[in-house]
Design a protein around this ligand. Sequence first.
Ligand code: NAI
Ligand code: ISE
Length: 336
Amino acid sequence: MTLNIGVIGCGMIGRDHARRIQQVLAGAQVVALSDVNAANAESVRKDLAPQARIYETGEALIAAPEVHAVLVTSWGATHEPYVLAAIAAGKPVFCEKPLATTAAGARRIVDAEVAFGRRLVQVGFMRRYDAGYLALKAAVEQHTGAPILVHAAHRNPAVPEAYVTPMAIHDTLIHEIDVFRWLLDDDYVSARVLYPRNSERSHTQLRDPQVVVLETAKGVLIDVEIFVNCHYGYDIQCEVVGEDGTARLPEPMAVDMRLGAKRQSTILTDWKDRFVASYDVELQDFIAAASKGGATGPSSWDGYAAAVTSDACVQAQESEGQSVAIELPARPALYK
Ligand code: NAI
Ligand code: ISE
């Protein structure tokens, strides 16, 4: 059976996911597209999915009988109503991060899915599918002994002018928030944010870089540097310090060159290249589960836990250096 997918939001990542469904992955095709900017949907249809029908609204796309499953790749603030509509229609839905821009919105999705009685939602936390993070998790579980500390960095070369301080949390840190819960099999209990002087490449509405310190229920302390104007490249670093040793996230493969009395290798500059393989694996996983009418991988509960943590981190940003408590209610049986 070929899974018929409808894509809502045909910008950068919507286009890229449509490309992988049409050209890279097996078992699915894009049959429907929708975007508030109709030109974006038309451009994806023309370049990648000539068979797709364009719908004026995301709601109409979700209701369309030929659509078996939905991809939500519109702006973050618009995810919640589309995911809720897909659940109401009983259709599997892959939602890019964030699941919702507030914890209350993510909770409404959890409650709707629990009421439906079966998992339908996969959240686009693709790092869980990255070969490097999977190898790091295996090393932590088998070799380093119980984790005590994590040192991490999330560096982007530059961001658009519209990117402001809280986005460092809900647009950028949200990947670390999810991947460290998964890596350590743990939950967060508190967050603090510290700022050095502002980078000269930043502006008055963006404190950059910043350091987020998260503490987990098992007592692990995690420091994450977020530096979105680092200039030199897109660089994701992570080192876990355990009782018996340390384990570090592998660098992306790069040729080691010796030229002009220097050793050098290329550093990537675009997040699309850094995680290209994991986007492929996460969507193939979605296609496999959605073809059976369900969902797998990062769940609504994971999206909710990330939203609760992001809300606390934004509060911590505003209370410069003070610790903010993070509390999750009991996990519903659907996600155990
Ligand atoms: P974008 O701005 O390039 O594309 C978003 C598209 O959604 C635009 O074409 C816009 O017109 C459309 N849109 C906005 N509101 C809509 C609505 N209500 N209904 C239908 N279409 C609507 O943004 P980008 O970078 O593609 O990001 C989209 C989402 O994907 C965001 O939530 C972002 O956080 C996430 N993302 C995830 C990444 C990852 O690494 N997993 C990487 C980049 C983005
Ligand atoms: C972007 O939206 C992403 O999701 C990228 O993975 C992340 O590295 C970047 O900081 C975000 O702006």
